[in-house]
Write a protein that binds this ligand. Sequence first.
Ligand SMILES: CC(C)(COP(=O)(O)OP(=O)(O)OC[C@H]1O[C@@H](n2cnc3c(N)ncnc32)[C@H](O)[C@@H]1OP(=O)(O)O)[C@@H](O)C(=O)NCCC(=O)NCCS
Length: 313
Amino acid sequence: MGARITGWASAVPPTVVTNADLEARLDTNDAWITERTGIRARHVGGVTSALTVESGRRAMAMAGVDPASVDLLVLSTTTPDQVVPATSSSVHHELGLSGAAFDLNAACAGFVYALVVADSLLGSGFRRALVIGSDALSAITDQQDRSTAVLFADGAGALVVEGGGPEPLLLAQDLGVDGSAARLIYSDRGGYMVMEGREVYRRAVRIVVESVGRVLEQAKVKLDDIAVFAPHQANLRIIEAVNARLGFPMEKTAVVLDRTGNTSSGSIPLALVAAAEQGRLRDGDLVLLSGFGAGMTWASAIARWGAPPGRPA
Ligand SMILES: CC(C)(COP(=O)(O)OP(=O)(O)OC[C@H]1O[C@@H](n2cnc3c(N)ncnc32)[C@H](O)[C@@H]1OP(=O)(O)O)[C@@H](O)C(=O)NCCC(=O)NCCS
């Protein structure tokens, strides 16, 4: 059973916080943040459901699909609007979708988890899916804590994936978790994000390199065959270290973190959508996705990029 990407869009809240803004109220500075992370600005003050609705609506408009014909919403989020019910239920209602909707929490690896889950459900009866990664980390980040406030922010990205057709959406996938590292990044109920940055950094590079190696082998694909690599947007130094070990060029890597910060579930689709909007992705291109995050979770996949119906790119 094949499946195909036919629409995409992203959304960020309007409020931008630059490094200069942070410098004015925290014991930090632009040089430290830029050198250590590559982040220069980020969007904050968002609400997960609103970002999800905005990105989802625009992705469906691009694909030219009637919302009522979308019978599956898989929403990856770590920052649901409330504990119960799932944020996907209000989004489902607001967008006028049909069928099933649920939230999935695999932190910054969540979007790739969501894509894999949606693909598998499209292979078992669902017809058309919205797959959205959306987070408002600013709501669970202590804006007075320089170790996290410089990093975490808000954003969402959505894909429309339609079942059917001859080609599979995913050529390979690798999902995993190491729960023994659960306290390296956490936010207890009602609390702020806490992170052991150094240890997360060290593990992230290793996890992503190994996981990417597994999907390349599974798909029997060479790095040269990958048009765009969209890694989790946590830290430019992590992305550069991963690419150096893999031998993959930065020119073919999608980077938006300089202007978005780390938006967790939003990060990989924000990077993918930006690459598509820059004309770096054509119908049939292979994209490599890889995320890691709280859990610690990881997820990589090799997917085939698509195009809106009747508009091959
Ligand atoms: C967070 C991160 C940028 C910190 O960089 P680092 O080089 O590891 O820095 P450290 O945490 O060791 O801190 C170094 C010094 O900078 C200070 N510091 C921390 N945050 C600072 C900030 N925003 N501005 C200025 N100084 C800061 C520390 O207090 C420490 O000072 P000290 O040497 O006097 O104790 C880096 O560890 C990282 O990116 N880790 C991965 C995080 C990640 O990917 N998280 C998301 C997972 S989904």
